[in-house]
Design a protein around this ligand. Structure first.
Ligand SMILES: Cc1ncc(COP(=O)(O)O)c(C=O)c1O
Length: 415
């Protein structure tokens, strides 16, 4: 069984060398944005140093830019399992989603319904709620608060013959729950609705195959999977062709460029390409027999998933032994495949901000609040008192780092 070469992984990320108050920084803030490997930094710098230009010009740097942009689209197509023309870049997931919702809204009117969930980041809620301006009704799918999973019976109730689109997350950025994306797509399609998946939080943790999912759209953010601040969207060719984006007249009518309004972040795309190649190299090191980049990427997740699952088990069992701690989400080790290594907690007598500050002083970076999963923190009743503390692990984290966090929390509750 191939395993993750954690020493090689860590050697790729210069930020892991940062120290805070004399101790190595621990990045448990991955759900807010991951660190980047050296090659991403190099690719962005090299682009700016040698290829910086606008597109489609009749000179060398412009041609180089066109090439980098084409390669970046091809890299993300390999990551998502789709065709190059189906990959749209943008500033971030939220902006891309607003752009699709605006275009989709042109086809909708009173009587139409869209379905969103209480588990989701607002980036996959607010753009669909905006369709209320067109007279659409927005229906919300509830969660089971005992383990923060989607209430599938409620989902089935909310999807009706009037549903035109179902928007949901692949994994929750707050509590780590993985949704049964394929089943939700199936339920949406059964009534003729489109399925829009927010894979921002899932992408660093698991393989994505949009053809297997059969989804209509899927969005992710390269800055959450070891790349630069940016967003990427998969759109099924037929929708990208049929829907009409709001665009300027001289811009290309070709997919995906008709969806990429204005000048894009070219150095960002150079960085995205490098981030995907980092993951592919991780996969090739684990499974040298792979031939294509797609196969290398799948091989990367073959080692990332079990490694992260081991870390999550260690983290969750340690957290559950801390007196006064409330844990939100799936806690049983046997259900490890239903979650990513993102944990949300509260500790009696401490605000989430107080906990994050205490840990931050010790060089341990966590997040507090609602992380824009506003419906969830409201549903769990924690919004008025500061939300939850989120500890988000990715594959460059280690068991020692988890232990340092647990020790720090144990010390705090002993005081
Ligand atoms: C699950 C999820 N969806 C959407 C977003 C929004 O992404 P972006 O910052 O690219 O707009 C985030 C960001 O935290 C997220 O975690």
């Amino acid at each position: 069984m191939p395993t993750l070469d954690i020493d090689w992984v860590r050697s790729q990320f210069p930020a892991l060398g940062v120290r805070v108050n004399g101790r190595p920084a621990i990045y448990f803030d991955g759900p807010g944005g991951t660190q980047v490997p050296q090659r991403v930094i190099d690719a962005m710098r090299d682009y700016l140093a040698t290829s910086n230009a606008n597109t489609h010009g009749a000179f060398a740097t412009s041609r180089k830019s066109d090439e980098v942009i084409a390669q970046a689209h091809a890299a993300v197509a390999d990551l998502l399992g789709c065709d190059v023309e189906e990959v749209v870049f943008g500033p971030n997931m939220t902006t891309l989603t607003f752009s699709i919702s605006r275009a989709f809204g042109r086809e909708l009117g009173p009587g139409d319904e869209v379905v969103v969930t209480r588990l989701d980041h607002d980036g996959n809620v607010a753009p669909w709620c905006a369709l209320e301006e067109r007279g659409c009704r927005v229906r919300f799918v509830d969660i089971d608060p005992t383990d923060c999973t989607l209430d599938m019976a409620d989902l089935k109730r909310q999807i009706t013959a009037r549903t035109r689109l179902v928007a949901f997350g692949y994994a929750s950025n707050a509590v780590g729950t993985i949704n049964d994306a394929r089943e939700i797509v199936r339920l949406a399609h059964a009534v003729g609705a489109l399925a829009y998946i927010d894979a921002v939080h899932y992408a660093p943790h698991g393989p994505i195959d949009v053809r297997r999912l059969e989804c209509d759209f899927l969005v992710c953010s390269p800055y959450k999977f070891f790349g630069p601040h940016s967003g990427a969207l998969y759109g099924k060719r037929e929708h990208l062709t049929r829907l009409r984006p709001y665009k300027v007249r001289p811009a290309s009518e070709e997919n995906p460029y008709r969806w990429e309004t204005g000048t894009q972040n070219h150095e960002g795309q150079a960085g995205i390409l490098a981030a995907v190649d980092y993951l592919a190299e991780l996969g090739r090191r684990a499974l040298p027999s792979v031939t294509s980049r797609r196969a290398a990427l799948l091989a990367a997740y073959e080692v990332i998933c079990p490694y992260e699952r081991g870390l999550a088990e260690r983290l969750i069992s340690g957290l559950l032994s801390i007196p006064g701690l409330t844990f939100y989400g799936i806690k049983e080790a046997a259900r490890g495949a239903e979650r990513v290594p993102t944990a949300a907690i509260r500790i009696a007598g401490h605000t989430p901000r107080g906990l994050a500050s205490y840990l931050g002083e010790r060089g341990i970076f966590t997040w507090d609040g609602n992380y824009y999963a506003l419906n969830l923190s409201e549903r769990l009743g924690v919004e008025p008192s500061g939300g939850m503390l989120r500890i988000g692990l990715v594959h460059y984290n280690t068991a020692e780092e988890v232990d340092r966090l647990l020790d720090a929390l144990r010390e705090l509750v002993r005081k």
